[in-house]
Design a protein around this ligand. Structure first.
Ligand code: 2X7
Ligand code: FE2
Length: 301
């Protein structure tokens, strides 16, 4: 089997999905919920297993670093992560093994590609829920080493501008790929992103009352379906051409760059994406999709 970047997954991280799973690591308990997405993740997990990667590399919008790109580079991270907006749903005890050698190589390559990048070597660092939910939903056994990348953005400053952000994550994707190839890793890259991102500001009581869960508006839903159909057809170039309009109209979480980074790390393949499922989380649009560069997960698009 070849080395390098072998696949990517669009793997959204609403804390609701993990809350619905009731894993022992999470303090909050639910009656389930968000099954369509949780079943989608079940199928994606089986495909991830077939790919036999030796590392998972994830880019998260909820580790925000205004100054440069940061990369988790502590070999072992343990602690408790709490979602700042939904602490009632997500209080998670994590125990994460990091491929620190790959993390350092990504930082080096990012620097060589002209980006400002830093290795995060603080063992007391608290890992964000975006990184954790995506990794947990795809690999709940946590038996593979991982690398986490931050999102270099800051909503309150003039820079980076949206165009600069896109350029930065495109270059970061190339640097990630170069590091993976240099070390001969078999890596799967994960975009921790939902799609349309307007969400309700009040939760139902109880939060897992599924009669209250639906898309925030029709505009967001229709944009998501349009983007998903293009991704399913492998029409990647059109997806990126539409990205600015999508960003303006649907306020998608892809704005923080995870999807662009992932496609750049995969070298923008025009492969058909496999849709595992699509559904709402407090109004946002969430698709779980796989992009296989090896042909080991085909079928069932
Ligand atoms: O971070 C999130 C998200 N992306 C979607 C929905 C709800 C909460 O948190
Ligand atoms: Fe999010």
């Amino acid at each position: 089997m070849p080395d390098g970047v072998i696949a990517g997954f669009l793997a959204p991280h609403a804390p609701h999905f993990l809350y619905g799973e009731n894993p022992p690591q999470n303090e909050a308990r639910s009656r389930g919920g968000w099954e369509v997405i949780r079943w989608a993740y079940e199928a994606a997990r089986a495909d991830l297993e077939r790919l036999r990667p030796d590392v998972l590399v994830v880019h998260s919008p909820h580790w925000i670093t205004p100054v440069g790109h940061h990369v988790l580079a502590v070999p072992h991270l343990r602690g408790k992560s709490v979602d700042p907006i939904f602490p009632n749903l997500f209080r998670y005890h994590y125990d994460i093994t990091v491929d620190a050698q790959l993390a350092e190589a990504i930082v080096e390559e990012a620097g060589a590609h002209g980006l400002l990048a830093r290795a995060m070597r603080n063992p007391a660092f608290r890992v964000d829920y975006g990184t954790i939910v995506t990794l947990h939903m795809l690999r709940p056994d946590w038996d593979l080493p991982v690398v986490g990348l931050s999102s270099h953005s800051w909503p309150y400053w003039d820079g980076p501008t949206p165009d600069e952000e896109i350029r930065e994550v495109d270059v970061l994707g190339k640097a990630t790929r170069a590091a993976i190839e240099r070390l001969g890793r078999r890596a799967v890259v994960l975009a921790s992103n939902s799609l349309s991102h307007r969400h309700f500001s009040e939760e139902p009581d109880p939060p897992d009352d599924m009669s209250q869960e639906h898309h925030y508006n029709d505009l967001g839903y229709r944009w998501d379906v349009r983007m998903i159909e293009l991704l399913r057809a492998g029409r990647t170039r059109e997806v990126f051409e539409l990205m600015p309009e999508f960003t303006r109209e649907a306020l998608p979480e892809t704005k923080s760059g995870s999807v662009t980074w992932m496609f750049s790390a995969m070298d923008y393949p025009e492969v058909p994406g496999k849709l595992y499922g699509y559904g709402a989380a407090i109004g946002t649009g969430n698709a779980v999709m796989g992009f296989d560069l090896t042909d080991s997960i085909v079928a069932g698009r």
